[in-house]
Structures are given as structure tokens and as C-alpha cells.
Design a protein around this ligand. Structure first.
Ligand SMILES: [Zn+2]
Length: 248
């Protein structure tokens, strides 16, 4: 069997038969790969926590008939702290769920892996109160890489760059000027501060987001807008994000 090395982030695992797992992975080049980890559910499995969600591992894969088979796994970043704290696990759960839904086999987005890996690393040690902003930043950046960067400087419809309205239209793709506001009666209210924070989230490195110092009310507003935007542009149901938004 031909084999090859692959660095990947574990997104999800599902049971297969008595003792095996199917592991859904985001490869370092941004492709989605599904592979079987044989015997991974046995107590003395040689894989241990190396194929748990949130872990980044260097794998050796054998090319199988339908799915790849994991022959070896070595931990690169276990992101263990994300599995031992409910709040962190819920935030990281949104990250891997979105990646599971937007990544596809055979078509990569190389920036996505690195940004996701960095996000999970920052989520391990960030203050609990910062986690929702990290989730919002991740969603905005991932959607931007996926071709859905929200327009926050110009009207999303007519590109008027003096757009200073307080309307945000997920359907149109960002803020909506007064003249274009009749185009989307379902547009959401967006305060000027929320718009500034969303711009900052898109621009900032993950490690710098904690320092933005956003208060509770503004944070909730931003998360609400970003969740609505994500829900509109990702057709699949994002169960982890639904639960996360409800718990806020
Ligand atoms: Zn307009």
C-alpha cells in the first residue's frame, strides 16, 4: 500500500465497527481528509489522545480503497487544555464544527489550517471572558478565507464608501447604506462600536484580540451579528455554534 506523511488537525471522530474510528481531518494544505484509526477505541490503543478532536498530529497514512488508514500518529500540539474545561471545549467545538462543514476533499485553503491551529492555541490560555470574541474572530476570518469577507467599510450593495448606516445585512454581505436599506428588510441593527470591533477582529492577530478590551454588552452584540452572518453563508447546520450562541 502506498503511504505518505500528513500534518493535520483532528476535527471529528465517529465510531466504526467494534473498535475503530473514522477521523475527519483538516490537512495542513486546507483539504479535508477522512481516515480510519484501527483499534483506536481499545483502552490500550497505540493512538491514545493523538486522534482526539482539537489535536494536531503528524500522521503516516496508507492509501485505502475508500478511506485512508492511519498507520502512525505523533502529536504536534495536543491542545489538551481545550478538552478539560467546558467553556474552552465549547468554543473550540465551534472551530472544528465550522472547519468540518466548510472544508472539502481535494480542494485546499492553505491559510485555513494555520489560522485554525493558532486560534486553538490561543483558546487554551485566554481569559474565559475573551473566548466569545475569539470565536467571532475565527468565524469572520474563516469566512473571509472562504470568499465571504463581510463588507464593513463600504455599503455591501452599492459600494458607497461613506456608508455610515447602522444596518448590517448578512444576505447582502455587510453594512448597508441608507439608500440601499430597503433591499433587505431583515437587516440587523449594528452600533458603530460593533462595526469597529468586527473590523478589528478581521485585522488583528488572534493573540492580540484579548487586548482589544471589549465590554460585555458590545461583545454580545458582535457575537450575535457574526453568528447571523455565519448562519446565512454556511448552508450546513452548525450544531456547535447554535449551542454556543444559546449558552451566551
Ligand atoms: Zn448602498
Amino acid at each position: 500500500m502506498p503511504s505518505y506523511p500528513l500534518r493535520a488537525l483532528v476535527l471529528r471522530k465517529t465510531k466504526l465497527g467494534e473498535a475503530d474510528l473514522i477521523v475527519t481531518l483538516l490537512a495542513a494544505d486546507g483539504r479535508q481528509v477522512r481516515a480510519v484509526a484501527k483499534g483506536a477505541r481499545k483502552t490500550k490503543s497505540r493512538f491514545g489522545a493523538r486522534v482526539e478532536p482539537f489535536a494536531v498530529a503528524d500522521l503516516l497514512l496508507h492509501t485505502g480503497r475508500s478511506l485512508e488508514v492511519i498507520a502512525e500518529a505523533e502529536t504536534v500540539a495536543s491542545h489538551e487544555a481545550l478538552r478539560s474545561d467546558y467553556e474552552r471545549m465549547a468554543a473550540a467545538g465551534v472551530v472544528v464544527d465550522l472547519l468540518d462543514k466548510i472544508s472539502v476533499e481535494g480542494q485546499g485553503e492553505p491559510q485555513l489550517f494555520e489560522m485554525s491551529n493558532v486560534t486553538l492555541g490561543v483558546m487554551e490560555s485566554a481569559a474565559i471572558a475573551t473566548l466569545p470574541l475569539l470565536v467571532a474572530a475565527f468565524l469572520l476570518k474563516a469566512l473571509a478565507m472562504h470568499g465571504y469577507r463581510p463588507s464593513l467599510d463600504q455599503c455591501a450593495s452599492c459600494a458607497d464608501d461613506t456608508c455610515d448606516s447602522t444596518l448590517f445585512s448578512p444576505r447582502t454581505g455587510g453594512c448597508l447604506c441608507d439608500g440601499c436599506s430597503p433591499q433587505d428588510p431583515a437587516a440587523l441593527r449594528m452600533s458603530p462600536d460593533a462595526r469597529a470591533v468586527m473590523r478589528a477582529l478581521l485585522r488583528s492577530r488572534m493573540a492580540d484580540i484579548e487586548a482589544l478590551g471589549v465590554d460585555d454588552a458590545l461583545r454580545s452584540e458582535v457575537v450575535r451579528l457574526v453568528v447571523a452572518y455565519t448562519g446565512y453563508h454556511v448552508p450546513a447546520r452548525l450544531k456547535a455554534l447554535d449551542m454556543y450562541a444559546k449558552g451566551m
